[in-house]
Ligand binder design. Structure first.
Ligand code: PLP
Length: 404
């Protein structure tokens, strides 16, 4: 290699390209996630208690890990079918049949993906033409708007109201419907609020979707994490199976975030369209993760229920703790988040999160990272130990004394 070639590789020849002009408008239109910033601050500090991360603090239960080890030992290292291993699709179909009495054909109506993240991305890409609008109740998971924009769609945020525990209603959605509205994207139990949707709420959304002929993308990744209420599967509601693209995965319920495994269920045409994108961009989800997911569905429930019981104890502790501190929240009944109102501190949600981490080394996420209607709130994850939650509450109490 010549010296000039070497220099070029190192970018030392003075030639720079204006990459900002070259990047796609869709990418440029999307802001970086408001969550990351606080992780980056936390990573540089000692002694930080993080209530910021939306991730179980449990390790994947051993039998699930073991099935992967066993698979590797037997030499399972190849690609699988694009749609995912038949065994896994069969287990997913069985699970939905038994739990929600809704049936999916293993050959045409199930696609195994790299997490719900991929399923969400390709669902949107499969249905959206440029300019198509997607109704997105907020506060919501940070990827909903971004993935819609990246798929050249238009995210239309619909603020949900705290008075209604952030359950969205058709009356709130109606003013945002236009001729270009193609879908509604809901996620419940909700990240970041911990709110659930009851059957009656969902039936109204179902009627609304039918009246406007909308696709419903239903992200039910936290469906197994409910406390004192039973999760209702959107696709199992009357007349909703064909209209719904149901997304679910293993990250949260089975503490399998790093395995990257999820799935989409829906009408054969949309699953075929999603499979086309998946086949060209991903090919298939990793075989070892798929084997572990089979084990999770076959024998993982008792471990999952134990984790849910643990989250429930922590939920009660943090809910009572915030109440005592005068930071009110409705009682979260799903996922592992609580969304207290911090406006009595006199700070905005960004100021609160920033000052708290600097002063007390407690990381949480400002509510506005999840949409404008999160203003005045912060998201705290209680997927951390009881000791850490108690210590975080002490530190927040100390912080409030200095800032109220
Ligand atoms: N959907 C919601 C609501 C989430 O909170 C998350 C992760 O935090 C995801 C999807 C992504 O999940 P996965 O790990 O399956 O990609």
């Amino acid at each position: 290699m010549t010296a000039r070639q070497m220099n070029f590789i190192r970018g030392e020849d003075g030639e720079t390209m204006n990459w900002n002009d070259k990047l796609s408008n869709a990418v440029k239109s999307v802001a970086p996630s408001g969550i990351r910033k606080f992780f980056d601050i936390a990573a540089k500090m000692h002694d930080v208690i993080s209530l910021g991360v939306g991730e179980p603090d449990f390790v994947t239960p051993w039998p699930i890990r073991e099935s992967c080890v066993y698979g590797l030992e037997r030499g399972y290292t190849s690609y699988t079918a694009n749609r995912g291993m038949l065994k896994l699709r069969e287990e997913i179909a069985r699970h939905y049949n038994e739990k929600f009495n809704v049936s999916y054909d293993v050959d045409t109506e199930i696609l195994v993906t790299v997490g719900v993240s991929e399923a969400l991305d390709i669902a949107l890409r499969a249905i959206l033409n440029p300019g198509d609008e997607v109704l997105i109740p907020e506060p919501c998971y940070v990827s909903y708007q971004a993935c819609t924009s990246l798929a050249n769609g238009v995210p239309v945020s619909v603020p949900a109201k705290i008075e209604n525990e952030f359950r969205i209603t058709p009356e709130e959605l109606e003013p945002f419907v236009t001729a270009k509205t193609k879908a509604i994207l809901i996620g419940y139990p909700n990240n970041p609020t911990g709110a659930i949707m009851e059957r009656d709420d969902l039936l109204k959304i179902a009627d609304f979707a039918e009246a406007h002929d909308l696709i419903v993308i239903s992200d039910e990744i936290y469906g197994d994490l409910t406390y004192g209420s039973v999760h209702e599967c959107f696709a199992a509601l009357p007349k909703m199976r064909d209209r719904t693209i149901l997304l679910n995965g293993f990250s949260k319920a089975y503490a399998m975030t790093g395995w990257r495994i999820g799935y989409a269920l829906g009408n054969p045409d949309v699953i075929a369209a999603m499979t086309k994108i998946h086949q060209y961009t991903i090919l298939c989800a990793p075989i070892t993760a798929q084997m572990a997911a089979v084990e999770a569905l076959k024998r993982g429930e008792k471990y999952m229920l134990k984790m849910v019981a643990d989250y429930d104890r922590r939920r009660c502790l943090i809910y009572d703790g915030f109440k005592t501190l005068g930071l009110n929240s409705f009682e979260p009944r799903g996922a592992f988040y609580i969304f207290p109102n911090i406006s009595s501190s006199g700070l905005t949600s960004e100021q609160f999160a920033e000052k708290l981490i600097q002063a007390e080394h407690v990381a949480l996420v400002p509510g506005t990272a999840f949409g404008k209607s999160g203003a005045g709130h912060v998201r705290c994850s209680y997927a951390t130990s009881v000791d850490k939650i108690s210590e975080a509450l002490n530190r927040i109490e100390h912080f409030l004394k200095n800032h109220r």
